[in-house]
Design a protein around this ligand. Structure first.
Ligand code: FAD
Ligand code: N01
Length: 576
């Protein structure tokens, strides 16, 4: 298996006493470092396993990789800098990986962030010492630093999932996981290629690979509802319009349910006639991107409403794929629309009209083993020169658990969360004082346009650290009652939606043995922000506060519960 990671000789291992350690140098780690250092004047170090900034956009270099939030809001907002918004112009509606990586490199340079980032350095352990109230963080180069605050910026999708197929290592050809793609690229010209998986990654990669390969076998276990992407170049006029309106755009992203600058329409799917519904779907389809999901407010809540969107999408597949049997195989029937993350596609379905592309149903005839020459399924053998694993990630907790975090009394995070995440707001968890998790499980995270959620968490953490300093504290810990209350609310909202119905990575179903829970919070980005703000405004309600590792004050009044109830009642009304 090839990897993008390049080993280079490092500088001597670090030994330092810091205010904060941040793990990860993607969107989250870069912005967090800027805030810690330049807003709060703290000493901070970022540890990053890769040899450059970028996170997702450093690792995922497979052909066709691009964002599916539109670039103009898949970036830092006016919270970071209005000048940067003015200065940077995106070349495409959905920028490709190299351009997003260049953007993040530009941010790192513009804010002089690299000098406090230690690259090629993996965090392998973090122990909380209750006697001193400090974290000791160990790195794979033998380094050891201590810090008052430990902030994870490790991303939700940064640990690859490589299924343990029998014989996997016996394959004599080349094999790659899309999430650790080689920097030099892969030449598919004239090669027979097997792609395993049909998630968002495969949907981007397959059309590109098919252009060069002799033949591509696409091994599909679950058909997805792919939405038209509608990518196109951005011209100067597009750029100007966005720049002229950025304040309004960013304000909207912070208030809407998914962190996009589109409002979810305030109507239910069955409240309009069939013709009207089709017209609304078709218009959203034409505009491309996730707008289709915002056409009606009950698509995630009501099965009948959902089925109208599902059938609209199946009809688009039938129109575009010539062979009716292939079209049917590509049409999802086993889960509601948007209960698995819908990929955005740009020509994916037409790819199956090519003579050199074969769709293989590995639900009907599962993969049995990887052989030296390819893949054997229950009913056939497929020979290949290259196997591409587009098999996704051990999302949300996969990377957090690999950090080796131990809180009070040496309890490991994975022990505490053995039955699934148990957090307060997805940011903190009892027993792990001064640990903050940017886009942690049970926060909106992957159910949102992530830069908006990342900025919200980073800004909230920054305000919290400032508050602690101003009040003479340096220790903060989620209280058990507050955490139970949050988890209870999280589960209640989840159960009102259709999301538990699908075997998605959102519920951990892609990883054998992973506890089945909804990992992201589905109550909405805008309302989640209000909850977090209210908790902060009440002196960090639900958190214990103190100094040197000792909590001396703090209570849980349930101040934000009013908001929880509103969210649940609103969802219940739409669902009925
Ligand atoms: P990441 O970008 O994942 O960065 C985390 C960093 O932590 C990595 O560089 C990793 O090397 C480092 N790290 C992890 N563990 C350690 C360790 N132990 N020691 C040191 N370093 C460590 N989201 C959207 O909202 N819109 C999109 O269009 C979109 N497109 C995506 C496309 C792809 C292909 C993928 C995989 C994800 C996409 N996402 C998208 C989600 C994306 O992950 C986030 O938008 C965002 O990039 C996350 O930034 P981050 O900084 O939080 O995490
Ligand atoms: O991963 P996935 P991904 N045998 O988990 C299949 C973001 N992203 O890398 O559905 C056979 O979605 C699995 O099958 P099934 C985005 O958030 C965004 O594609 O479990 N098949 C599935 O088809 C996205 O959701 C973009 O039945 C196996 C596939 O592998 C997330 O990253 C682009 C298998 C994995 O799909 C992850 O996307 C890319 C097995 N044992 C990614 N194990 C944008 O466009 C797994 N599969 C912005």
């Amino acid at each position: 298996m090839s990897s993008a990671h390049t080993e280079q000789p490092g500088t001597p291992p670090e030994q330092a006493e810091l205010d904060a350690v941040v793990v990860g140098a993607g969107f989250s780690g870069l912005y967090m470092l800027h805030r810690l250092r330049d807003t709060l004047g703290m000493t901070a170090r970022v540890f990053e396993a890769a040899d450059d900034v970028g996170g997702t956009w450093y690792w995922n270099r497979y052909p066709g990789a691009r964002c599916d939030s539109e670039s103009y809001f898949y970036s830092f907002s006016d919270r970071l800098s209005e000048d940067l918004l003015e200065e940077w112009t995106w070349s495409e509606r959905f920028a490709a990986q190299p351009e997003i990586l260049r953007y993040l490199q530009h941010v790192a340079d513009r804010y002089d962030l690299r000098k406090d980032i230690r690259f090629r350095t993996k965090v392998v352990g973090a122990d909380y010492d209750a006697a001193t109230g400090r974290w000791t963080v160990r790195t794979d180069d033998g380094g050891q630093v201590t810090a008052t605050y430990l902030i994870t910026a490790v991303g939700c999708l940064s640990t690859t999932n490589l299924p343990d197929f029998p014989g996997r290592d016996s394959f004599r050809g080349e094999s790659y996981h899309t999430g650790v793609w080689p920097h030099e690229g892969v030449d598919f010209t004239g090669k027979r290629v097997i792609v395993i998986g049909t998630g968002a990654t495969a949907v981007q990669a397959v059309p590109e690979i098919a252009q060069d390969a002799a033949h591509v076998y696409v091994l599909q276990r679950t058909a997805n509802y792919d939405i038209a992407g509608g990518n196109r170049p951005m011209d100067a006029e597009d750029g100007r319009k966005i720049k002229d309106n950025y304040r309004e755009i960013w304000k909207t992203t912070r208030e809407t349910a998914f962190g996009f600058p589109y409002e979810v329409a305030d109507r239910t799917a069955l409240s309009v006639s069939d013709e009207e519904r089709q017209r609304i779907f078709a218009e959203a389809w034409e505009r491309g991107g996730f707008r289709l999901g915002t056409t009606f407010n009950d698509l995630l809540l009501d099965e009948k409403a959902n089925e109208t969107a599902a059938e609209f999408l199946r009809a688009r597949i039938r129109e575009r794929v010539r062979d009716p049997k292939v079209a049917e195989l590509l049409s999802p029937r086993d889960h509601p629309f948007f209960t698995k993350r819908p990929p955005l596609e740009n020509g994916y379905y037409e790819t199956f009209n090519r003579e050199n592309v074969t769709l293989v149903d590995v639900r009907e005839a599962p993969i049995q083993e990887i052989t030296p020459t390819g893949v054997r399924t229950a009913d056939a053998e497929y020979e290949a020169d290259v196997i591409v694993y587009a098999t996704g990630f051990d999302a949300m907790t996969g990377t957090l658990f690999r950090l080796g975090i131990r809180g009070r009394d040496g309890v490991a995070l994975e022990e505490k969360w053995a039955e699934g995440p148990h957090s307060y707001l997805g940011i903190a968890t009892h027993g792990f004082p001064n640990l903050f998790m940017i886009t942690g499980p049970q926060s909106p995270s992957v159910l949102s346009n992530m830069p908006v959620s990342i900025e919200q968490h980073v800004d909230w953490i920054t305000d919290c650290l400032r508050f602690l300093r101003e009040q003479g504290y340096d220790t903060i810990e989620a209280l058990p009652d507050a955490e139970d209350d949050w988890v209870g609310h999280h589960n209640e909202v989840t159960q009102l939606t259709l999301l538990p119905r699908a075997n998605s990575w959102w519920v951990g179903a892609n990883i054998p043995g992973k506890p089945r829970n909804l990992y992201p919070y589905v109550g909405g980005v805008g309302t989640y922000r209000l909850i977090c703000d209210e908790i902060a405004a009440r002196g960090y309600d639900g958190f214990g506060l103190g100094s040197g590792g000792t909590i001396t004050t703090g209570q849980f009044t349930g101040a934000a519960r009013r908001k929880y109830t509103e969210i649940v009642e609103e969802a219940a009304t739409k669902a009925s």
